[in-house]
Ligand binder design. Structure first.
Ligand SMILES: Nc1ncnc2c1ncn2[C@@H]1O[C@H](COP(=O)(O)OP(=O)(O)OP(=O)(O)O)[C@@H](O)[C@H]1O
Ligand SMILES: [Mg+2]
Length: 448
């Protein structure tokens, strides 16, 4: 038998998946590397510090039922040991709730039978920190917040079938500034809600239409009619009362994991859930950014594909939230089915593709569960996968749940099998509802 010898550098080129450089044994132990048989660890912040990648965000793709959520749960539970806390920004199916309860945490329930309200335009910690900041910092922080809110409002308008114009955006920004009180000289911030914005657009005071350079009030009303109507529908539609009133709960930021459970909204339709996820995404991104305790936080956005169906603006809103995020110690986890969820519904234009690629570049770690060949081709193209890596997602990863190709930026991918503990299997049972006798869930009546 002929024996060939080569350095690991060369072998890496010939057998990409065999000779991936080892992953440091730091952070959450996820499972094992199918090639080396060694343990596989994940600590995205450490990976950034060790120059393995440029950002700590994670995106997770895979067909339904492949084990995406279970892997994310394993990740956040095992990061807890290192004092890392998590926020589930919208649990559509109520899957995370039993896990929270087992940890002694009460999730925030939104929807039927709950009194919890979340103001989509919540100032949160901004209000209490305001006075301690210099004028420069105030201006900076406020620009960031207003940018997010405008993006949120135009995404919500697009959900109603209206594509906002640059003029709409400029007017929204001016209205928000006026309502919040910054026009009065940065003294005190006034809390606002979406109905405040809608009222101002429907019944503008003369200062508004002159400042935004409209000829008269009629001109203003006609021009802004569509966006005003879109906001009106939001206030009176299936989500009425949920995101348009002052926030009436306090999130326990010291809890190891917190979740906003949306399972009670399911009867209100897909559109309502997508809008709810958009409001929550914007809210949690702002809240976690302003937590200045120096701790690492994980923000999970499971079922992100639902939000993406709202259109290009929703994709841009998520992109903006990741981009505007100034908290370095935050790990954003996006979970979806396939990259095309991030492309606008309908025609795949070059703008949509470039925004989707942009968004993906903000997530250095890509966890690729089993996929069909068609989607795998798309993944290979967008994420520059090698042939072997692509095969791993269509073949190997499809053979068992919990298998995924972990691709950290341009490094060779790792074939990883997530291993769940018995307790994790019991507490995070996403098939629970399919079983004949689902466990009855204790829910303190009227609680959040
Ligand atoms: N690591 C694993 N090992 C063995 N089985 C697993 C593993 N992870 C998940 N499963 C099984 O796969 C099922 C689906 O897992 P999970 O709900 O995490 O998938 P998902 O990809 O999030 O699905 P969806 O897209 O529908 O949300 C689980 O109920 C569990 O039985
Ligand atoms: Mg899932």
């Amino acid at each position: 038998m002929t024996v060939y010898q080569a350095s690991t550098h060369e072998i890496g080129g010939l057998f990409p998946l065999l000779a991936a450089s080892p992953i440091p044994a730091v952070g959450a132990r996820i499972g094992y590397d199918a090639h080396s048989g060694g343990a596989f660890y994940c600590h995205p912040v450490e990976w950034v510090l060790r120059s393995m990648c440029t950002n700590p965000n994670i995106v997770c793709f895979g067909e339904p039922g492949k084990g995406k959520s279970s892997t994310i749960v394993a990740f956040l539970l095992r990061m807890m040991v290192f004092g890392v806390r998590s926020l589930i920004s919208g649990d559509v199916k109520g899957e995370y709730t039993p896990l929270l309860r087992a940890l002694g945490v009460t999730p925030i329930m939104l929807g039927r039978g709950s009194r919890a309200r979340l103001n989509a335009l919540d100032l949160g910690p901004l209000e209490s920190r305001w006075d301690s900041w210099t004028v420069d910092r105030q201006r900076d922080e406020l620009d960031g917040v207003l940018g997010r809110w405008v993006q949120l409002l135009v995404a919500l308008a697009e959900a109603q079938g209206y594509t906002a114009t640059v003029t709409d955006e400029a007017v929204l920004s001016t209205v928000l500034r006026q309502l919040i009180g910054v026009a009065d000289g940065y003294t005190r911030l006034r809390p606002i809600t979406i109905p405040d914005v809608q009222r101002e657009l429907a019944d503008p005071d003369p200062a508004l239409w002159t400042q935004t350079r409209f000829a008269d009030r009629r001109h203003f009303l006609d021009h802004l009619r569509s966006i005003t109507d879109a906001l009106t529908n939001l206030i009176s539609g299936p989500l009425a009362g949920l995101f348009d009133a002052p926030t009436n709960f306090t999130l326990d930021w010291d809890a190891p994991v917190q979740s906003l459970d949306l399972s009670r909204l399911r009867t209100r339709g897909d559109q309502a859930i997508a809008v709810a996820l958009t409001c929550l995404g914007s809210w949690s991104s702002l809240m976690t950014d302003l937590q200045e305790d120096g701790d690492i936080r994980i923000v999970v956005r499971d079922e992100l594909w639902r939000q993406m169906r709202l259109g290009l603006r929703a994709v841009q809103a998520v992109d903006g939230e990741l981009r505007l995020s100034r908290a370095e110690r935050k790990i954003q986890v996006l979970v979806s089915h396939k990259p095309s969820d991030f492309l606008s519904v309908g025609a795949v234009g070059s703008q949509e593709v470039s925004i989707a690629k942009d968004l993906l570049s903000l997530c250095s770690t890509r966890i690729l569960f089993g996929q069909s060949t068609r989607v795998a081709d798309q993944l290979a193209d967008i994420l520059a996968l090698s042939e072997k890596e692509q095969e791993a997602t269509t073949g190997w990863a499809n053979e068992r749940q919990g298998r995924a190709l972990w691709k950290v930026e341009n490094r060779t991918g790792y074939k990883v099998q997530t291993v769940r503990s018995t307790i994790e299997r019991k507490l995070f049972d996403t098939n629970a509802q399919l079983r004949p006798t689902p466990p009855t869930e204790h829910d303190p009546a009227g609680g959040f």
